[in-house]
Design a protein. Sequence first.
Length: 334
Amino acid sequence: MTYENSTLGSLLSAPEIDRIAKDAIRNRDLSQEDLWNKTLKQLREEHFFSGEIVLGMDRLYHAARTGDWYYPLYSEEECREDEARRGVSLVWFPSDDPKADERPYILLVPGGGFVNVWNLTEGWPIGAQFNHYGYHVFILTYQVTGDHKLLEKDLKDFSRALQLIRKEALHFHVCPDRYITCGFSAGGYLISLWNTEKGYPSFGLPKPRASFPVYPFISLKLDVSGDTPATDTDEDRRNDIRLYGCSVWEAMNTAYEIPEHAEGFPPCAFFLAAGDELVNPEHSRTLARKLEALHIPCRLEIGPDGGHGFADGSGMCMAGWTKRAVDWYESLQT
């Protein structure tokens, strides 16, 4: 079945996927927007979203029909203690490739500015593509609400995801210690932060085999360049506390300033566009230079056109980056 001529609302209202449907774009009620009644074909033609959302929806429904696809990361009791944990989950997309069991699995982390989680464009369609290239995929929906130390909570979500996969490794047909991370924008920051002392070493978990940050936010110092503490607004200060639990000026002296804490990184392949209007490409360039100085394998691909949020890059120069990512990783294994 093709979903091209189905409305977004009809697809996200189906009982088969009700556990994840509300988090198609986490923390955003799509039913209240005009796009709810548009077909996926219209959404593509009118450029509401980037990426092959038809492919993603098809893969999600296929997974849901197996009855074994959605894994909450917190118990009901834990969710009652903190409602922000409700919906924190993994969606499992196993590949049909018989060799996928031998390869690292991919933990996929969509972006959304720590306000949303864009599963609709940066989760399900990307997972479907990595499946096609022979990789099992887990898509993480993480916390985006709360007013204190959100990044610490997201790292805990990250660790919960890996611990669940390790515990159920035989069921998932994966080697528990072999995984690749892939993250977009804010998710790119999370997977990069995971490679510092705040991430896998702190939780006693194995290092990723590789990371694929896609138009990632990386450096606090770059973000506040030209500003001073005196220029911070009350909203700036609240947002700093929300993310870091302290001011950005304090946070940049810790591993939150990722380029200065990159010694534990795995090989990395970055994908972004030169015209990115939200995250300056210098973020990726800065980290890439640091990795090269540390003799950590690194690939930096900056498309000559396009902006932020291109997802799978369809219809632009970044099309096919998912295949180039896994090809690059596999070239390191020879």
